[in-house]
Design a protein around this ligand. Sequence first.
Ligand code: FE
Length: 252
Amino acid sequence: MKYKAFHKLSYGLYIITTELEGVKAGYIGNTAFQVTSEPPKIAISSNKKNKTTEKILKSKKFALSVLQQEANTSLIGEFGFMSGDDVDKFRDMETITAETGSPIVLDSSVAWFDCKVIDSIDVGSHMLIIGEVVDSDVISQEDALTYAYYREKFKMLAPRNAPTYIEKEKLEEEEGAKEKEAQAAEEPEQETQKNETESDSSSFTCSICGFQYNPEEGDPTAGIPPGTPFEDLPEDYKCPICNAGKDYFNKD
Ligand code: FE
């Protein structure tokens, strides 16, 4: 099996929300797809570890907002990588209440759907939840964010809870990275020299969300110019996706 083949599947990115006993919950998912046209139904694949999943199954309703291409990254960070126990994800969001009672996030979205749950299937790590669409609307004519665009822009791998998550090691194996390492081990002197000259250009990955800082590109969202080594980033530098500090980054 070639894991890279899975990267050829196309997805969007969505904020999936619900409400149970007055408490709003939501997360960012990349698996939402229309499964029938009449009546229109949408299926989502939702990780069992995700607290929103249980709430959707209990409340029997969910809404999804389709994110726009240039979505607010802090919104992606909070809904995608933080727990509702630690932060009120809805505090600064413009929302409306859907017919089912689910909160609909309007920020950074191009369209939304309000669904009542009609079925769910246990597929192992995830629940496949099927909802009948009771209402929908278009918010803006901007392009929707695709998962491929997001992955390329932020050099991201899918988070562990995503149904499309693939272990980094498996991808590296396919790219022959391990082979190269073995080759380098046979030429230790040469490799040492190389490390000395390349140390400043090492990339670092956020251990919380998987964002990769590449010195060649810098971080335009934080005003960090290309060519800035990770070591030279200001001490208060924060991950542009999940807001984690420098301490959370590991050298690749
Ligand atoms: Fe991060």
